[in-house]
Design a protein around this ligand. Structure first.
Ligand code: ATP
Ligand code: MG
Length: 382
């Protein structure tokens, strides 16, 4: 039987043990709401605290289990010096960084759950994970947490057409153990993916540390040309934490998206992405023509979507983000609606359209802040 944390019918001592901390600290976190319960009867850590990552989830179900938050991956701004100072290894593994949303999949008391970065159980992602990941991996290794990116057009959080995926695909990029959080090495993970028939993120190769930046530049330019995001650079043994590095095209795509809903997202997206462009240009020793091209692309990614949004509001349209999901069961869609409500996202679901044995449901997410701001400026706000 599951215990409801709301009743505080939870074993604080057990949670403290799981998180390697004190009961007093757990009580404090619960009291401040930093650790709080969810409608799906587990606990979520709302923000990172020392040594414990945001999105860490505790399941006080039959036996108490923890799934650690997925650690933040630092970004290399200047590749060559960043690689040199960050890694203590002789070589690095370079993997494709897939552009979708982060998912941790685990079996909790025999029940498969797929968690969002924040630690919520996403009912939609869980349904997808159940069909994309063979259950056997969890009967063989109940202690494993599979971390991967959910990528494709039927994505309620980060829809992408770029990859030629039909619906949604899971790309495994990390396996760690529930208990200590210890990761498998890159090679071990690749073997596991092969063994169980799970799609893994592409490994471009393992390169000597002092040459890797040349290779990565080539890879990044190739990826960027086909609208793909970038790379994650890893210690093959997974002892040093990884670094990420992205293409200019993907930076600009992010900006286009953020400036379409400018009052909802633009600020947090803006500064860091302009910085990346500047440092990349310097590191790649670009000449005036290349700088010009980059500047034009950057400027267009900011201004054009914003102008388009303003015009749309001006003509009486509402700015919405159109996403879609494809589910096997309409119950999943209902649960997903509930999930968005929990997250405070205002969304309108269309009637389901049957496609073979599944249902396609269009969802409009409403970006109130940008709509309201645009309307008021258009009507004279100073
Ligand atoms: P972060 O807090 O890690 O910076 P973010 O959402 O701001 O999160 P991103 O720029 O998307 O960060 O980069 C990190 C994310 O990249 C990871 O959380 C993971 O979901 C995703 N990712 C995609 N491919 C890989 C890969 N091959 N290895 C590791 N992570 C990957
Ligand atoms: Mg991402």
């Amino acid at each position: 039987m599951r215990k409801d944390p709301e009743d505080m019918d939870i074993d604080i001592k057990r949670i403290a043990e799981l998180l390697h901390t004190t009961e007093q600290r757990i009580r404090g976190l619960l009291k401040r709401g930093t650790l709080h319960s969810t409608p799906t009867h587990h606990l979520i850590l709302e923000r990172s605290i020392s040594k414990i990552e945001v999105g860490t989830a505790i399941f006080p179900w039959e036996t108490y289990e923890v799934v650690w938050g997925f650690p933040k991956i630092h970004r290399a701004m200047m590749l060559e010096p960043a690689l040199r100072t960050h890694f203590t290894t002789e070589s690095v593994a370079v993997e494709e960084k897939m552009n979708g949303y982060n998912t941790r999949v685990a079996s909790i008391n025999g029940q498969i759950v797929a968690l969002t970065r924040g630690g919520h159980i996403c009912p939609y992602t869980t349904e997808k994970a159940e069909s994309l990941i063979p259950e056997k991996i969890f009967t063989d290794h109940p202690e494993w947490v599979l971390c991967g990116e959910m990528v494709g057009p039927d994505s309620p959080y980060a829809p992408k057409e770029t990859y030629g995926i039909e619906s949604l695909q899971f790309f495994l990029f990390d396996i760690h153990e529930k208990k200590g959080g210890k990761p498998l090495t890159v090679a071990e993970r690749q073997e596991v993916a092969e063994e169980y028939g799970i799609q893994s993120t592409r490994l471009f190769g393992t390169y000597p540390l002092n040459e890797a930046h040349h290779k990565i530049r080539e890879i990044i330019q190739m990826l960027g040309a086909s609208g793909r995001e970038g790379v994650v650079i890893k210690d093959p043994e997974m002892r040093d934490p990884p670094l990420k590095y992205t293409s200019s095209q993907s930076n600009c795509d992010d900006l286009k998206y953020a400036f379409t809903y400018y009052h909802d997202y633009a600020r947090s997206f803006f500064y860091s992405r302009v910085m990346r462009e500047a440092f990349q240009s310097v590191e790649w020793r670009e000449g005036p023509a290349e700088i010009e091209r980059r500047a034009l692309q950057l400027g267009e990614s900011i201004l054009k979507p914003m102008i388009q949004s303003i015009k749309r509001v001006q003509s009486g349209e509402k700015l919405v983000e159109n996403v879609k999901i494809r589910v096997k069961s309409l119950k999943t869609s209902e649960k997903f609606k509930e999930h968005l409500r929990t997250l405070g996202i205002d969304a309108v679901f269309s009637d389901p359209v049957k496609i073979r044995d599944e249902y396609l449901i269009k969802i409009q997410k409403i970006n109130h802040r940008t709509n309201d701001k645009t309307e008021s400026i258009l009507s004279g706000e100073t």
